[in-house]
Design a protein around this ligand. Structure first.
Ligand code: FES
Ligand code: CO
Length: 338
């Protein structure tokens, strides 16, 4: 069912994170939002997660105010109960009505659990959940960070994730320093492979970082690859520090678009750091992200302009320009100015 006309068919038919899978416990009805639409998330008695529109079809009350009863949700207002398909099964004020005559239907959406996140698609899924292949590598440590609520459009947040030239200023002393602010040349190209699917990437992105990761004891030269795998999902991988065969760190950034200009950001880590605690690893990401926050929230216009010449770009903005071209080619409309 389509509860409202899609603003953006690309995002409407794509998968987006809507919650940490672990927060949807038995009996809980968790509120979320995706592309302006309020959602109610819950698990049935078999543990299967559900994403429903958070709105009772009777009088528009939030279903998340209601209660779970077995494999049904009961609305808080008049007690109507809805079964797994979202179809009304019982109206307490008219108990004699046969179920076959109950027409009320809650809008329900496709869900999947991946990388510790619950993903939902409001339309018809155009493909799989965005790839994050490092998550399946048993040799890497997995940690979920966030969510971070940001008063900014999703594309602005992804573009910031792809940007190295701000390290020396926004993350000074950690990911960069002002005396070494120059960005060496790197290569931008399209890719299409089995592991990461299709998208645009920047390779051979080199930088000197005072503290490249939680574990780093001293400054080091790093080499990154950035991949944009979906309009609102990107993956950063670091080259291995040594040749012991261990894959190096990967950081996935996944934006949950709440509205065109507000977002909830999830970060998935797959690291070869087995020393730090989960809390320490999260704290490191929190520190970095909170440094970015006032910057991306201040950017005007809030929707990212895809029109050439709307903002001044220089040579080291190649990846950002490639991302904008990618969004244009995807025909993205939500959170951008075309
Ligand atoms: Fe939900 Fe009436 S509004 S039962
Ligand atoms: Co940053």
């Amino acid at each position: 069912m389509t509860p409202h006309a899609p603003h953006d068919t690309v995002l409407y038919n794509d998968w987006h994170p809507v919650a940490s899978a672990g927060t949807i416990g038995a009996g809980a009805i968790v509120r979320a939002q995706l592309l302006d639409l309020p959602l109610a998330l819950w698990r049935d008695s078999g543990g299967q997660a559900h994403a429903w529109e958070d709105r009772c079809p009777h009088r528009g009350t939030r279903l998340s105010l209601g209660t779970q009863q077995g494999d049904t949700l009961r609305c808080a207002y008049h007690g109507w109960r809805f079964g797994l398909s979202g179809r009304c099964k019982h109206i307490p004020a008219l108990p004699e009505l046969a179920e076959a005559n109950l027409k009320a239907q809650v809008a329900t959406f496709a869900v999947q659990e991946r990388y510790g996140l619950l993903w939902a698609c409001l339309g018809t899924p155009s493909g799989a959940v965005p790839p994050f292949p490092e998550f399946s590598d048993a040799r890497l440590r997995k940690v979920l960070c966030g969510p971070y609520d940001v008063q900014a459009a999703g594309p602005r947040i992804v573009e910031n994730f792809l940007d190295m030239a701000h390290f020396a200023f926004v993350h000074e002393g950690i990911l960069g320093e002002q005396e070494r602010a120059a960005i060496a040349s790197y290569t931008v190209e399209q890719f299409d492979d089995d592991l990461y699917g299709k998208g645009v990437r920047a390779i051979q992105c080199r930088a000197w970082q005072p503290q490249a990761s939680k574990e780093a004891a001293a400054g080091s030269d790093v080499e990154y690859t950035y991949r944009v795998v979906r309009p609102l999902s990107a993956i950063l991988t670091k080259l291995p520090a040594d040749a012991n065969g261990l894959p190096s760190d990967a950081i996935g950034l996944h934006v949950q678009p709440l509205t065109e200009t507000t977002s909830r950001v999830w970060i998935t880590l797959a690291l070869n750091d087995f020393t730090s605690s989960d809390d320490e690893l999260r704290h490191f990401q929190d520190t970095i992200f909170l440094q970015d926050l006032p910057i991306v929230e201040s950017q005007q216009p809030q929707r990212m302009p895809l029109t050439p010449g709307a903002e001044v770009s220089v040579a080291c903005d190649r990846m950002s320009l490639a991302y904008r071209s990618y969004l244009k080619a995807q025909d993205l409309r939500y959170g951008v100015i075309r």
